[in-house]
Design a protein around this ligand. Structure first.
Ligand code: UDP
Ligand code: MN
Length: 240
C-alpha cells in the first residue's frame, strides 16, 4: 500500500492485474506504473492475480478473485482492473473513480490501433469501478475461458443495472488524448471458440455467475514492496 505523505487522499484504490507467463510485461508495467500513480498522489495498492493451472486463461475470474482478496485486506473504495500490457501515456489520466460514481472506460486510444478511438461499446483493457458498483453487477462472469467477450459481458452487466459508463471522449473532445495507452507487444492468443454462445446466453446468468459463485484455491499470497502476488488455482475441485 502506497500513501502520499503530504496529503490525505479521499479514497484507496486497488489495481487488479490478471496475469500468467508475461514476465517481461509485468516488469515493465511495475516499473512504469508506480511512478505514474505516485505523481498522482494516490493511496493505492497493486494486486497481481496469477493463474497457476494450465486451463485456458480466465481473465474475468482472476479479476473477481483480485477484488475479493483485496477487500479482505483493506477498505478500497475504488477498483481499477488493468491488463498488464497497457501503459497510460498521459499523467492527466487519473487513476481514481469518477466523482459521479460511474464506471469509467480508461483505455480507448491505443498505439497498436494508431490511436483510433475504440468503439463506444468497448469496455476492455483498463476500467475503473466503485467497489459498490462492482458488487452490484456481481463482478465479471466466471465462464469465459480463453480469449474474448468477457469484457463485452461485463459491459452488458453495467447496462442491465442502468450504470452508464464515463468516457472522456464523450465528455469533451479536447480530453480524448488523455486516454492514450501503449500496448506492449505479444503474440495473439487463440480466441475462445465458445465465446459468442456464452455471451449470447450470458444475460440469463448474471445473478448466479460472478462474485456470487466464485470458487478458487489460493496457493500463495505474498506481499512484496511493489505488489501483492496472489497465486490461484482455478481447477474445479473433484468430489472425493
Ligand atoms: N494475460 C496474461 N497471460 C496470458 C493471457 C492474458 O497475463 O496468457 C493477461 C494480461 O494481463 C493481458 C490480459 O490478460 O494484458 C489480456 O490478454 P491479451 O493481452 O492477450 O488480450 P488483448 O486484449 O491484447 O487482445
Ligand atoms: Mn494485450
Amino acid at each position: 500500500m502506497y500513501e502520499p505523505t503530504n496529503c490525505q487522499p479521499r479514497e484507496k484504490v486497488a489495481l487488479i492485474v490478471p496475469y500468467r507467463r508475461r514476465k517481461e510485461h509485468l516488469k515493465i508495467f511495475l516499473r512504469y506504473i508506480h511512478p505514474f500513480l505516485q505523481r498522482q498522489q494516490l493511496a493505492y495498492a497493486v494486486f497481481v492475480v496469477e493463474q497457476f493451472d494450465s486451463l485456458p486463461f480466465n481473465r474475468g475470474m482472476l479479476m473477481n478473485i483480485g477484488f475479493k482478496e483485496a477487500i479482505k485486506l483493506d477498505s478500497f473504495q475504488c477498483f481499477i482492473f488493468h491488463d498488464v500490457d497497457l501503459l497510460p501515456e498521459d499523467d492527466r489520466n487519473l487513476y481514481k473513480c469518477p466523482e459521479d460514481g460511474k464506471p469509467r472506460q480508461m483505455a480507448f486510444l491505443m498505439d497498436i490501433y494508431d490511436y483510433k478511438p475504440a468503439p463506444n461499446s468497448y469496455f476492455g483493457g483498463v476500467n475503473a469501478f466503485l467497489t459498490t458498483n462492482f458488487q452490484l453487477i456481481n463482478g465479471f462472469s466466471n465462464l469465459f475461458w480463453g480469449w474474448g467477450s468477457e469484457d463485452d459481458d461485463l459491459y452488458r452487466r453495467l447496462l442491465h443495472h442502468n450504470l452508464t459508463v464515463v468516457r472522456l471522449s464523450l465528455m469533451d473532445s479536447s480530453l480524448v488524448q488523455i486516454a492514450r495507452y501503449t500496448m506492449l507487444d505479444h503474440d495473439l492468443v487463440n480466441p475462445n471458440p465458445d465465446r459468442e454462445i456464452l455471451f449470447k446466453e450470458g444475460s440469463y446468468r448474471q445473478k448466479y455467475d460472478g462474485l456470487s459463485n466464485l470458487k478458487y484455491v489460493v496457493l500463495k499470497i505474498e506481499v512484496t514492496p511493489l505488489y501483492t502476488h496472489i497465486l490461484v488455482d482455478l481447477r474445479p475441485k473433484m468430489p472425493k
